[in-house]
Design a protein around this ligand. Structure first.
Ligand SMILES: *Cc1c(COP(=O)(O)O)cnc(C)c1O
Length: 369
């Protein structure tokens, strides 16, 4: 047995349940191309996520790329986005021939909506915010700005699966929202993702983009990629969905234990859960007082076989491939958080003794520092 504790551990449905689920595929030989499971998962997720339309994709990144592509934004257009995210968000913008304009973040790690307007130019076409760690962006304010300047809004909701804000599914905000169902996420289909849309027309557009524009054997209506979810992925999703509530409950207990263990510690800042948001307990970010302290804790934990992660370090604007390529806006806050943040291990099967052991280690290393 490996006694390493990683930042996350993929949730697995009972083995027999998955096997039962995939057995019919040996009879039907229908492995992909919008099979029964694909359809069932789209139906179940539409209900679970409280959104009008869902298009499943092969992964979360392609969901983002296709979402952006489906809006036909003019090439070279500027997209205001956050650098405090997984690199996928920024890559999706650039791979669509668009130009990222980075906006700083605020205390809850999401885009600082009060700084968006000053970045808008005649070339701005869209805003791509991210609900970081499941913290929901200021969707009201962003909607108003988008309306005022006639901009599209695409939310990267990869961290916010299943959350609601004031009773509404988070995937229902903006023109489109995307989720990732990667193995490391709260809900997964091994690899996978989806775009949440508002209208049937958007759904059809996404369908064409993920399936070569093929409508039937002889009719190809548009140019498209191949980004379909297959039946094995969809089956994994249907199995996992049954245990999701249970998993989130278990994650909640872990988070609450961490918070208890760290209560009264003035030198580290915990995530503040937002009013009106039903959280999914996807991540356990801790903000240290200094970058040195964060690095010391990261290294110290590794020596104890505990693998925390610096999500997100560096900020995407500072990625080696983008150096000096894009406008240098003031990203002081994002860079500062990025230097001081650490995401601690969190998953449904993490035991309370392990949480206590990790918390103790964090506090000890911090005190030595
Ligand atoms: C995971 C993730 C993605 C990409 O999803 P994949 O399914 O891994 O392609 C995009 N954005 C954010 C914020 C993510 O966390």
């Amino acid at each position: 047995m490996d006694d390493k504790i990683l930042v996350t551990q993929s949730s697995m449905p009972p083995f027999e349940e998955y096997v039962e689920m995939i057995k019919p595929l040996w009879e039907s030989h229908w492995l992909t191309n919008m099979g029964d499971y694909h359809k069932r998962l789209e139906d179940e997720l539409r209900t679970y996520l409280k959104v009008p339309e869902i298009s499943l994709t092969v992964n979360g990144h392609m969901a983002l790329e296709l979402a952006l592509q489906s809006l036909n934004l003019p090439k070279g257009g500027e997209v205001i986005t956050t650098p405090f995210t997984f690199i996928s968000t920024t890559h999706a913008i650039i791979r669509n021939g668009l130009v990222p304009v980075f906006c700083d973040v605020k205390e809850d790690y999401t885009i600082d909506e009060s700084k968006i307007e000053e970045l808008i130019t005649e070339h701005t076409v869209a805003i791509v915010p991210v609900h970081v760690y499941g913290n929901i962006c200021n969707v009201e304010e962003i909607e108003q700005i988008a309306y005022k300047y006639d901009l599209k809004v695409i939310y990267d909701a990869a961290h916010a699966f299943g959350e609601t804000y004031q009773g509404k599914g988070v995937g229902s905000f903006g023109d489109l929202s995307t989720f990732s169902f990667h193995a490391t996420k709260v809900f997964h289909t091994i690899e996978g993702g989806c775009v949440c849309a508002k209208t049937r027309e958007q759904y059809e557009k996404l369908y064409n983009l993920k399936n070569f524009g093929i409508r039937n054997e002889e009719l190809i209506v548009s140019v498209g990629a191949n980004a379909k979810m297959n039946e094995f992925q969809a089956a994994m999703g249907l199995c996992n969905l049954k245990y999701l509530q249970q998993n989130i409950e278990a994650r909640k207990r872990v988070v609450e234990r961490y918070c208890e263990n760290f209560s009264g510690e003035t030198k580290l800042r915990l995530n503040q859960y937002q009013k009106g948001v039903e959280p999914n307990y996807a991540y356990m970010p801790v903000l240290f007082e200094t970058a040195e302290l964060r690095d010391k804790v990261y290294t110290g934990l590794r020596q104890k076989n505990i693998f925390s992660r610096k999500y997100f370090y560096p900020i995407t604007a500072d990625a080696a491939c983008f150096r000096n390529k894009y406008k240098k806006n003031d990203l002081e806050q994002a860079r500062d958080y990025s230097n001081r943040i650490l995401v601690l291990p969190l998953y449904a099967s993490l035991r309370i003794e392990q949480v206590d052991m990790i918390s103790k280690a964090v506090l000890e290393i911090q005190k030595e520092g």
